[in-house]
Design a protein around this ligand. Structure first.
Ligand SMILES: *[C@@H]1O[C@H](CO)[C@@H](O)[C@H](O)[C@H]1NC(C)=O
Ligand SMILES: *[C@@H]1O[C@H](CO)[C@@H](O)[C@H](O)[C@H]1NC(C)=O
Ligand SMILES: *[C@@H]1O[C@H](CO)[C@@H](O)[C@H](O)[C@H]1NC(C)=O
Length: 352
């Protein structure tokens, strides 16, 4: 079959000529994560803080039913994002001694539940501040160079997708709860203060070699069960003021990405917004197969998270897939899969 052989040869030649370049250019080598409980895979297990979730029923739907320190019944958004890029199905925590640089070479999270952009936010529960997460990243770079050699490590760091997911705690755990920042700044000024920190962080990350960066927006934080519980005069509906604040802050984050894409050479900074897809699931749960939107699965579902959501909690639901929220502050695995699937399809697909 010389004709078939010729066709095969032609195919091979065209593959050799065209695709390796496109494949390497589009490839994401690793998923590298900074942020709060939305993307912490267990770093807080290894620091002295009460912001923990490494006990059941957390993780009951994770591989092996293991409570890793993820604030959910199963996987978190960055796990799904990593898998969507053909990498590992879970992104391990940097401080977890069960993993080493051979695992972290294709993905690692420096995130810490309870943290925010503001140092004063991470102080509330003594968790890892954002600046410290960047220090850990520098340490990681040195380990990666030792492990892969500088040429390969440079390529890994350049082709990695850097994911940032934080901000909710700056408002809910800090500004509206603690006395300090609210006496110093009005809410507009505080937003601008946080945007300044976000911009400075991205500039530093870019200076360290990062190119593909996803800046995450805020969820509809007024619809978190804990905030609904506080909305006693509004029949426990979503707190509109917090939702409006999230929309406002997200606009500023998006404007920041436009500015930095102009200012920083070769950067590919995208804004990943979970707000509308999550709000739609909350308003039209049946579209996604959910039954319960206003309370969480764990315990009474109205205020418990962390140590208050535990094995002894009465009333914990049996099927978390029917719930949008797992505890009073964090989505279920199913919600995480829906939101990250949406973000991958609509925003991160440019890196696929
Ligand atoms: C990482 O851990 C694995 C298994 O625990 C071990 O085989 C490997 O040598 C370690 N690699 C490095 C670079 O430390
Ligand atoms: C946060 O703390 C670090 C370390 O002390 C410091 O370098 C940084 O400037 C602080 N950030 C702000 C915005 O004050
Ligand atoms: C790796 O990157 C650093 C800084 O960007 C550069 O100084 C160094 O020469 C690079 N090394 C290799 C082997 O490409």
């Amino acid at each position: 079959m010389p004709y078939m052989a010729f066709l095969c040869l032609l195919l091979l030649v065209s593959l050799l000529l065209s695709s390796p370049r496109t494949i390497t250019e589009a490839k994401v080598s690793a998923v590298i994560v900074f942020g709060d409980s939305s993307v912490d895979a267990g770093n807080n297990n290894f620091i002295p803080t009460i912001a923990r979730s490494n006990f059941l029923p957390y993780g009951r739907d994770f591989v092996g039913g293991k409570a890793t320190g993820r604030f959910s019944n199963g996987r978190i958004p960055t796990d799904f994002i990593s898998e969507a890029f053909g990498l590992k199905p879970t992104v391990p925590a940097y401080l977890d001694p069960a993993y080493n640089i051979s695992d972290f070479a294709s993905g690692v999270t420096f995130a810490s539940a309870g943290t925010g952009y503001d140092n004063a936010t991470s102080d509330v529960l003594s968790v890892i501040p954002l600046w410290k997460q960047l220090e850990y990243y520098k340490e990681y770079q040195a380990k990666l160079i030792a492990y892969q050699g500088s040429a390969t490590a440079n390529e890994t760091m350049k082709e990695a997708l850097y994911v940032m997911s934080l901000g909710t705690n700056d408002f809910l755990e800090n500004y509206y709860t603690m006395p300090g920042r609210s006496s110093q700044y009005n809410i507009q000024q505080y937003q601008d203060f946080l945007i300044g920190i976000a911009g400075g962080f991205i500039e530093k990350l870019h200076g360290l070699g990062a190119r593909k960066i996803s800046l995450g927006g805020l969820p509809p934080m007024g619809c978190l069960p804990l905030e609904r519980t506080r909305n006693v005069f509004g029949s426990n509906d979503c707190m509109e003021s917090y939702n409006n604040l999230a929309v406002d802050f997200n606009k500023k984050l998006e404007a920041l990405t436009v500015k930095l894409n102009k200012d920083l050479p070769d950067i590919e900074l995208v804004f990943s917004n979970p707000y509308y897809v999550l709000l739609q699931a909350i308003k039209k749960p049946s579209l996604y197969g959910f039954d319960v939107t206003s309370t969480a699965c764990c315990a009474t579902g109205i205020f418990e998270m962390g140590y208050a959501c535990n094995r002894n909690s009465l009333f914990t639901c049996t099927d978390a897939n029917k719930y949008i929220f797992w505890d009073s502050f964090h989505p279920t695995q199913k919600t995480n899969q829906i939101v990250s699937g949406y973000v991958v399809k609509n925003v991160l697909s440019q890196f696929l």
